[in-house]
Design a protein. Structure first.
Length: 289
């Protein structure tokens, strides 16, 4: 029983990080209709920013978060301004090709810059744990989970409790009507994609404290994000949290009780069932609005 509870706790902690990794993907799709195939590369870049600030300057991983947030926000603004804005209103295949091209550029540039070595961020508290009622809670993962949840909650309140959030939701609901009401559509797209990149990079920084990082990690995290937002509802921000938790629990339990490799098979089988029978997600919603 104790082993089962430990697996559940590990799954919840992992699910929070998966939700943070995926919420930016859901935001970009819900507002702009963009399936961002370079999404996972923002995770990779955020992780390496934290790694190099930690190794080169001795900055604590959690203190690197503001710098990572700003850097990835500016990168998202730049990509949207120079490339994606030109494709708004075109067939979806155009954005698929463009963002996959960005993925190839980022992944290969990172491979040349940092080689294919696996790296870890190991602050002094990395091995410290808290024991609670027989359950082992690593401090780094607990803090990572807490920051990830604050990240998702912060985005939710930004969208539903701020002026820029109302503009983003209006654009998601009806682009043409929002434009007629004076909303600067392309500026909103830039801010949205910048937020998507920033939040995702921040999640990558958090991941670096608990998992190994390498230049080719982007594509797996894009797949994870796609799975999570399909579970929660494409474009529905609160649903991302549920999708992340389900995936985290599923991965933790299958890894604990089933043979190696089974977890991935079950994950993709569940994804297939969701796409066939419940394409709007477990909550039946699929919109930022």
């Amino acid at each position: 029983m104790e082993f089962f509870l430990q697996s559940l706790v590990n799954g919840v902690l992992l699910g929070g990080v998966y939700a943070a990794c995926s919420v930016g993907f859901s935001l970009a799709f819900g507002v702009m209709g963009v399936v961002n195939l370079c999404h996972g590369d923002f995770v990779m870049l955020g992780a390496f920013i934290t790694y190099w600030l930690f190794v080169g300057m001795g900055v604590d991983p959690f203190f690197t978060l503001p710098f990572c947030l700003l850097t990835l926000f500016l990168l998202g603004l730049l990509l949207q301004r120079l490339a994606l804005n030109r494709l708004m209103g075109t067939p979806p295949i155009m954005t698929y090709l463009l963002t996959f091209g960005f993925h190839l550029i980022f992944a290969n540039a990172a491979l040349r810059a940092w080689t294919a070595d696996y790296r870890t961020v190991r602050p002094t508290y990395a091995g410290e744990t808290l024991e609670l009622m027989g359950l082992i809670l690593p401090y780094a993962r607990v803090w990572t989970f807490g920051v990830a949840m604050a990240l998702v909650a912060g985005l939710y309140f930004l969208l539903y409790r701020s002026e820029i959030g109302r503009a983003i939701r209006a654009t998601a609901q009806d682009r043409e009507m929002a434009r007629l009401m004076g909303v600067p559509i392309f500026r909103i797209y830039m801010v949205t994609f910048g937020l998507s990149a920033a939040i995702t990079g921040l999640a990558g920084s958090l991941i670096s404290t608990s998992f190994v990082i390498h230049p080719q990690m982007g594509l797996p995290y894009t797949i994870i994000a796609f799975f999570v937002v399909v579970l929660g509802g494409m474009g529905y921000i609160p649903g991302t949290l549920w999708g992340g938790m389900i995936l985290g629990l599923l991965e933790s339990l299958t890894t604990s009780y089933l043979p190696a490799g089974t977890s991935l098979t079950i994950t993709f089988f569940l994804l297939l069932l969701m796409l066939i029978f419940r394409s709007a997600g477990i909550l039946g919603k699929g919109s930022v609005a």
